[in-house]
Design a protein around this ligand. Structure first.
Ligand SMILES: [Zn+2]
Length: 288
């Protein structure tokens, strides 16, 4: 069984708790991922929302130090930034991020920042937000609309379509299955699919179901996206070490095989969801 996960916040937790990647108490460690024959991970650097944009940028550099010291160079991964606040409000930092190896940028996280508004607002992209978005397309950083407002989502879609470039939602479930503003409407999912982007399924309980989510509830989101023609577009973006709490059946990465088996029982090509779709996207769109 192979795993290619599009989103986790493990780097920030490693920074905060001063722990290592090979063995730790977090949701993800190399030891816990041993159950996979191959394991690739998009490692996001999350920006704390209570900091100023300049402070976010400085924190990003601190987390990056931990990343350089503690992620083995042989581990197959892609670096990402979650929250455009980490640019410190300066467009030149986008190029710096690219040079550091960042290939995915979640534009916003919560509330409002210099790029625009998150899912808890009705605010779209600012002029700076457009500048960052276009900079991403030019440099080869994939814009990630997880956490974006609906307004921003459609603005990103229009730009992506104009440029013939994909964008992604690395960790966003289906709003038709569970009505939450962090989730994607069917139209949004199809728009991402139309520009050849991918969508990662998250294990965040509040985005999955009412009450305690089960593996079956996670499957429902995947099956719904597949019913929209998304067999080649749905991936996993579990958000481990970033979720508000872990779902009981999948307390860490070593329990993900339960989801794999549940998908197979539903007749789904689980290898596509667990690995191939994300890997194909990467081969097509991301220069490592
Ligand atoms: Zn997130």
């Amino acid at each position: 069984m192979r795993l290619f996960d599009l989103h986790c916040d493990t780097l920030y937790e490693m920074y905060k708790r001063d722990c290592h990647f090979d063995k730790n108490e977090l949701n993800i460690s190399l030891e816990k991922a041993k159950c996979f024959d191959e394991y690739r991970q998009v490692l996001a650097v999350w920006s704390q929302n209570d900091l100023t944009e300049e402070e976010c940028y400085r924190q990003l550099l601190s987390v990056y130090e931990i990343y350089k010291q503690r992620i083995p160079s042989g581990f197959p991964h892609i670096l990402a930034v979650e929250g455009g606040k980490a640019l410190g409000g300066r467009i030149e930092n986008l190029k710096k991020l690219y040079e550091m190896g960042v290939r995915f940028l979640t534009l916003v996280w919560a509330g409002q920042c210099s790029l625009g508004g998150a899912h808890d607002t009705d605010i779209g992209l600012t002029d700076f937000g457009y500048e960052v978005l276009n900079g991403c397309f030019e440099l080869g950083i994939v814009p990630d609309v997880s956490h974006a407002s609906d307004k921003m989502f459609w603005e990103v879609y229009e730009e992506a379509k104009k440029r013939g470039k994909p964008f992604v939602a690395t960790h966003s479930n289906s709003r038709s299955v569970h009505n939450h503003r962090r989730n994607l409407t069917d139209e949004m999912f199809c728009a991402i699919k139309e520009v050849q982007g991918v969508v990662g399924i998250s294990l965040e309980p509040t985005h999955t179901s009412c009450g305690e989510p089960t593996v079956k509830d996670i499957c429902k989101h995947i099956l719904h996206y597949i019913s929209l023609g998304g067999e080649d577009s749905v991936c996993l973006g579990c958000d481990l070490d970033g979720v508000t709490r872990n779902i009981k059946e999948i307390p860490d990465i070593s329990h993900l095989p339960k989801l794999y088996e549940a998908l197979r029982a539903e007749g789904v090509d689980a290898d596509k969801i667990f690995y191939n779709n994300a890997n194909n996207f990467l081969i097509r769109n991301v220069k490592i």
